[in-house]
Design a protein. Structure first.
Length: 210
């Protein structure tokens, strides 16, 4: 039987109360959007290493939009899929200038207009940048693994798992659940191996080996 999500989240909040925010380093919402846009298929350390230099050189969406694409490729070359990400970033910056006056929009439909922005990226921007969680839950690879092992979803894709989680997780936890599952996924419930003996959910989880 699947334990109540209240109980699961309560345990995770006790254990990972210092992990409630993204580890992508940023000083404002422009930097947040850029960092999150660059993050798919990379770990946070990889992104932070690249953005440390990138943010010294590019301050506004105008800077990204007017950048020479080859220079941008070079500046992002420490990332997986950097060429695609560079093209998305340049194009998204143009749209942000033309349609949103150079500001980061604060609704899901508007964010989804930007190339390279899917629901996960948009949810992170809304949660971290605007404290808005009403649109949903950011589901990354850690969330996928943890949700499946906890029996909260049988689905395989992030968008379908988000739908399942939204039904099961009370809305007041939508902002934190993603970062809690990421913390658990990095700590004890990794995709490769589960360390159930030291997991705070070992007595609640249907996949526990204890
Ligand atoms: S008990 Fe094991 S399978 Fe379940 S969440 Fe913890 S580490 Fe993952």
């Amino acid at each position: 039987m699947v334990a109540s999500t209240e109980l699961i989240i309560g345990r995770l909040l006790d254990k990972y109360n210092d992990k409630l925010h993204t580890e992508l380093i940023h000083k404002n919402n422009t930097e947040l959007l850029v960092a999150v846009l660059l993050s798919p298929r990379c770990n946070d350390n990889q992104v932070n290493k690249v953005t440390k230099e990138l943010f010294k050189k590019y301050k506004t969406f105008d800077d990204y939009s007017s950048a020479n694409i080859k220079s941008l490729y070079k500046d992002l070359s420490g990332l997986n899929y950097y060429k695609t990400k560079a093209r998305h970033l340049k194009k998204a910056s143009g749209i942000l200038i033309e349609k949103f006056n150079g500001n980061v929009p604060r609704t899901m439909p508007e964010l989804l207009e930007l190339p390279g922005v899917g629901r996960k990226v948009a949810n992170v921007i809304l949660n971290e940048g605007f404290n808005i969680a009403k649109y949903g839950i950011a589901v990354d690879t850690h969330c996928i693994v943890v949700s499946q092992r906890l029996g909260l979803s049988k689905n395989k894709t992030a968008d379908k798992i988000e739908v399942d989680l939204k039904k099961k997780v009370p809305e007041r936890y939508w902002k934190v659940v993603s970062n809690l599952f990421i913390a658990l996924g990095r700590d004890t419930c990794t995709a490769r191996e589960k360390f159930c003996e030291r997991c705070v959910l070992k007595d609640l989880c249907p996949s526990s080996e204890i």
